[in-house]
Design a protein around this ligand. Structure first.
Ligand code: ZN
Length: 213
């Protein structure tokens, strides 16, 4: 718990006001402020003058979050934020139910399930290019399936609804619900991006810029 130790150290240094001392003494953060000490120390109060540590005051101790999946990816500049009323205005009821309320279209009913033309699948809500036709394959699962998304366009979040443990995929730009990702896809990724047709629109290759194939 280095972070906790630093926090305590900062608090102590801040109270003592010894922030400017250059810190020639060796900072030894280890035994100083372990809060869980329970061995024969009579008073449980944190002693303010146990070896005041001069050094790390100036360093900004900021909590670094490194959770690989649940990261709150704040790509603030790129996010599209609309009110629910605005989304209702721009989406059909079915699209709204799926994209904004995490619904699922019935299997084998989506317009892109058996759709294999050349082009780009974009987010129905915000227009972000999400999948290329060359990564689409027929999984037989009843929904459009891709083994790869376009880089940095899709967020993945654990989803334990319906008594299952799945990974939800959403549009990184507008947070629109796309579907789920499974690990039973083909090579080269072994992944299956299982996407609702209603979450996407299709731009044929002729209109796609740089569609050299
Ligand atoms: Zn989107």
């Amino acid at each position: 718990m280095k972070y906790a130790v630093f926090t305590v150290a900062l608090a102590l240094a801040g109270c003592g006001g010894a922030g400017q001392s250059p810190g020639s003494a060796a900072p030894e953060p280890g035994p100083t402020a372990s809060p869980a000490k329970a061995e024969s120390v009579p008073q449980p109060v944190d002693l303010p003058n146990i070896n005041p540590q001069p050094g790390p005051t100036a360093k900004a101790v900021q909590p670094i979050q490194h959770e690989p999946i649940m990261k709150p990816t704040k790509v603030a500049a790129a996010k599209i934020v609309k009110t629910e009323a605005e989304w209702r205005d721009t989406l059909t009821p079915e699209e709204y139910r799926i994209l904004r309320q995490k619904g699922t279209e019935r299997a084998f009913t989506g317009k892109y399930d058996n759709h294999f033309k050349d082009g780009t699948y974009i987010c129905k809500a915000c227009g972000t290019a999400l999948f290329l036709s060359e990564t689409k394959y027929n999984s037989g699962c009843g929904w459009p399936a891709f083994f790869k998304s376009i880089d940095s366009t899709v967020d993945e979040t654990p989803d334990t609804s319906l008594g299952m443990v799945r990974i939800e995929i959403t549009c990184k730009k507008c947070n629109g619900h796309l579907g789920h990702i499974f690990d039973d896809g083909p090579n080269p990724t072994g992944l299956r991006y299982c996407v609702n047709s209603a979450s996407m629109d299709f731009v044929p290759a002729e209109k796609k810029p740089g569609a050299a194939k």
